[in-house]
Design a protein around this ligand. Sequence first.
Ligand SMILES: C[S@@+](CC[C@H](N)C(=O)[O-])C[C@H]1O[C@@H](n2cnc3c(N)ncnc32)[C@H](O)[C@@H]1O
Length: 183
Amino acid sequence: MSWGVLNIPAWMAPADKEALLSVLVDKQPISVLEIGVFAGSTTQSISTVPSVKQITSIDTFDLRYISTPALERLGLDRSFDPLNVFLQFLDELSQRRPDIDHVIRQEVVTKSTELDDHYDLIFVDADRSTRWLVDMLPIFRKRCDMLVGSHYNFGYAPELVVTVDSLFPNVQTIEKTNIWYDC
Ligand SMILES: C[S@@+](CC[C@H](N)C(=O)[O-])C[C@H]1O[C@@H](n2cnc3c(N)ncnc32)[C@H](O)[C@@H]1O
């Protein structure tokens, strides 16, 4: 199957992607670290923001970390290769936005992961477990001016909401979406 750039399977609801875009357009980051890429749907959104000149994308690109029901909700099965689709997207990106310097890292993000000292904005859409969030969100927060995340929905991801609220008492959300941010 050919995955045109407009057809990258998307996890985030359109309203959440719009909210992410509105945050990016408002903040005008130059450097963005994205943790949780899958096949690149949100990277595609990030790459439409004119201020953005550096994107680092980290994911396992490994379906072992994705449940079968989650894949089925996207209309996919285990033959889907997110890395292959993402590489096709990067080909298109290099032509459309040659001014963006892109780095792809295929790895599991842990406390040992080496990150640059500073990104203007970090977007995290990966592991939702309390353990990972408690370990990682403070590390991410120290490395950026603005930390943005998804899944802020008590019915769907209560652990994430409780953890984000406790770590970031001044967290802000975008109404009627699952996007949160701290800056
Ligand atoms: C919800 S999907 C990301 C969706 C993507 N942002 C989009 O909207 O299309 C979550 C991704 O996080 C990745 N992931 C989960 N835990 C991770 C970790 N510890 N390190 C790196 N990637 C991780 C998974 O491989 C999966 O592709």
